[in-house]
Design a protein around this ligand. Structure first.
Ligand code: ZN
Length: 475
C-alpha cells in the first residue's frame, strides 16, 4: 500500500492491488520499532539534504517550465505538420530538465531489478535461517487457535521484512525523491506516512492471510482455485473501499467546487454522462510536486480525483485535457476491465503456486522446517514465487495498463478538444517520466505512453481538426 499515498502517475485503483502485491506482500516498505526512531531521525535529517520546509510556490531550476505556450511550430495554420509540431513542443523542454527526467526514470529500471534481488534475498534469508519456522513456533506457543496463529505469524513477518527492507525504502521513497526534487515531505511526516502504511498492511494482510490459510487447510487438493477466488474478491473489496477509507488516511480529499476551474470541468463531466459528485481534489502537494489525477473506486465509490499540483500549476486547457483523459478511464470502464485482467493473473499465480510450493517443499521443506502448504511458515516461499511471477510479467502488466492509458488519451482528446493542453500535460508529466524512449524500452518499462507519443497523438488530433482549432482561436 506504500505506493498508494505518493506514487501518482495516473493511478486508477487496480494499481493499488498491484502495488499491494509488489510492495506489501513481498517486502513491506515500512518499519518502525520505536526505540530506534529517534536515533534514525537525527541521523537521516543530517544525512539527507537540508531539511528546509518545502515551498510549494517555487520549482527547482531543473523542473519542467510551468507555463508552456503553444510554440510557433505547433500553431494551427494551413501548413500544420504533426511531426514539426511534436518536435516544437519537445524543444520547449530545457536540456537540464530532460537530463534529470531521463536519469530519474532510467534509474527506476534498475530499481525494479534491485527491488527484486533484495526481496528475493530477504525471503531466502527467512527460509534458510529458519526464521519463518521460528515465527510459526512462537505463534503456536501463544495460542492453539489457528486463525490467531496466522495473524501472529503475519505480524512478525511484516515487522521483520519491514526492518530488513527499510534501508531500500528510505533510499527509494525518501532520499531519491528528494534528490530529484519530487518530494515535499521532511523526514518526520514521511515516517508518519510509513507508519500509517504499516498499520494498513497489518490489518489488510491479517485478513487476507487468515482467509487464505483457512482455505488451504480446508481444501487440500483444490485450494488454489479457492485461494484465487478469495484473493480476487479481496482485490475487489480493497478497490471498493480505497477512495473512502484508505486514501483519506494519508490525504485530504474534497469535492471539486472552486468555481473558477471547476466550471468547465464539471460542464465537461456532465456532457460525458458523469455525475458531478464524482469529481474530487486531493492535497497531494503534502507529499510530492507531481501533477496527477486518477480514477479510483468501484460502483458507489467510483470517482475522478485531480491533485492540487495539477490544479495549481496546470493551465486551464491542460486541466481540461487531463480531466478528459480521466473521464476516458471512467466511461470506458477501465477499473472493471482492470480487475478482470488482474483476476486472470491471480488465478495463474495460484496455479503456479500449487505446483511450485509442492515441488519446493519436497526438495527443501525439511531443511526449512515447513510442514506443508497449510503451514504459515510457507509464506516467504509463496512470496518468492509471487516475486518471480510479477518480475517476469512486468512488461505484460505495463503493456496492458499502457493500452488502457492510450485509449483514455484518445477519449480525452475528443472530449476536451484541447490538444495543446494535452501536450502541456505530457511535458509536465515528463518531470518524472522519460519523454522519448526507444520502442522496446517503452514496451517493457512504460505503464503510460511516452510523452513524445502522447504529444504526437495530440498533434495528430489537432492536424485532423484544424478547422475546429482555427474557429476556436477566433474571439
Ligand atoms: Zn490514465
Amino acid at each position: 500500500m506504500g505506493a498508494l499515498a505518493r506514487k501518482p502517475l495516473c493511478i486508477y485503483s487496480q494499481h493499488y492491488f498491484y502495488s499491494y502485491l509488489k510492495g506489501t506482500l513481498m517486502i513491506s516498505r515500512v518499519w518502525r520499532p520505536c526505540a530506534l526512531i529517534v536515533l534514525l531521525f537525527s541521523l537521516f535529517s543530517r544525512l539527507a539534504f537540508a531539511e528546509q520546509a518545502p515551498n510549494p510556490g517555487t520549482q527547482p531550476a531543473t523542473a519542467m517550465p510551468s507555463v508552456i505556450n503553444v510554440p510557433a511550430g505547433a500553431q494551427a495554420s494551413a501548413n500544420f505538420d504533426t511531426d514539426v509540431a511534436t518536435n516544437a513542443y519537445l524543444a520547449e523542454i530545457p536540456a537540464s530538465a530532460k537530463a534529470k527526467s531521463d536519469a530519474y526514470f532510467e534509474g527506476g529500471y534498475w530499481l525494479i531489478l534491485w527491488d527484486f534481488v533484495y526481496a528475493v534475498a530477504v525471503v531466502l534469508l527467512l527460509l534458510n535461517l529458519r526464521w519463518s519456522a521460528a515465527f510459526r513456533n512462537l505463534a503456536e506457543r501463544i495460542t492453539r487457535f489457528k486463525p490467531l496463529q496466522t495473524m501472529i505469524y503475519w505480524v512478525q513477518y511484516l515487522l521483520v521484512t519491514s526492518v530488513l527492507g527499510f534501508p531500500l525504502t528510505v533510499y527509494e521513497d525518501y532520499l531519491r525523491e528528494h534528490k530529484y526534487g519530487l518530494a515535499t515531505q521532511t523526514f518526520g511526516p514521511w515516517m508518519g506516512d510509513q507508519f500509517k502504511n504499516l498499520l494498513v498492511d497489518l490489518v489488510l494482510g491479517a485478513i487476507l492471510f487468515t482467509l487464505l490459510f483457512g482455505v488451504v487447510r480446508r481444501f487440500p487438493r483444490t485450494w488454489w482455485l479457492w485461494g484465487a477466488s478469495v484473493s480476487t474478491l479481496f482485490t475487489v473489496l480493497v478497490t471498493l473501499i480505497a477512495p473512502v477509507y484508505l486514501v483519506p488516511i494519508f490525504n485530504k480529499v474534497t469535492p471539486l467546487n472552486d468555481a473558477k476551474i471547476a466550471g468547465p470541468i464539471l460542464s465537461m463531466a456532465r456532457a460525458n454522462g458523469i455525475a458531478v459528485k464524482d469529481v474530487y481534489k486531493i492535497d497531494a502537494s503534502k507529499q510530492s510536486t507531481r501533477m496527477s489525477a486518477n480514477v479510483s473506486g468501484l460502483g458507489h465509490t467510483l470517482r475522478i480525483t485531480l491533485n492540487d499540483n495539477l490544479l495549481r500549476r496546470g493551465s486551464l486547457e491542460e486541466i481540461q485535457a487531463v480531466m478528459g483523459h480521466e473521464m476516458g478511464h471512467y466511461v470506458l470502464n477501465h477499473v472493471y476491465k482492470g480487475i478482470f485482467f488482474f483476476a486472470i493473473g491471480i488465478f495463474a499465480l495460484f496455479a503456479l503456486l500449487y505446483w511450485a510450493l509442492n515441488w519446493s517443499l519436497a526438495q527443501w521443506g525439511e531443511k526449512w522446517q515447513i510442514r506443508g502448504v497449510g503451514d504459515t511458515a510457507v509464506l516467504p516461499l509463496v512470496v518468492l514465487v509471487g516475486l518471480i511471477f510479477i518480475f517476469v510479467l512486468t512488461p505484460v502488466v505495463n503493456t496492458f495498463i499502457r493500452s488502457q492509458e492510450h485509449e483514455a488519451d484518445m477519449y480525452g482528446l475528443n472530449a476536451s478538444r484541447q490538444p495543446d493542453g494535452f501536450a502541456q500535460g505530457a511535458i509536465h508529466l515528463g518531470e518524472y517520466r522519460k519523454m522519448s524512449p526507444g520502442p522496446v524500452e517503452e514496451w517493457i518499462f512504460f505503464d503510460h505512453p511516452s510523452g513524445r507519443n502522447r504529444i504526437h497523438d495530440a498533434m495528430q488530433w489537432k492536424a485532423e481538426n484544424l478547422k475546429l482549432m482555427t474557429e476556436q482561436a477566433k474571439p
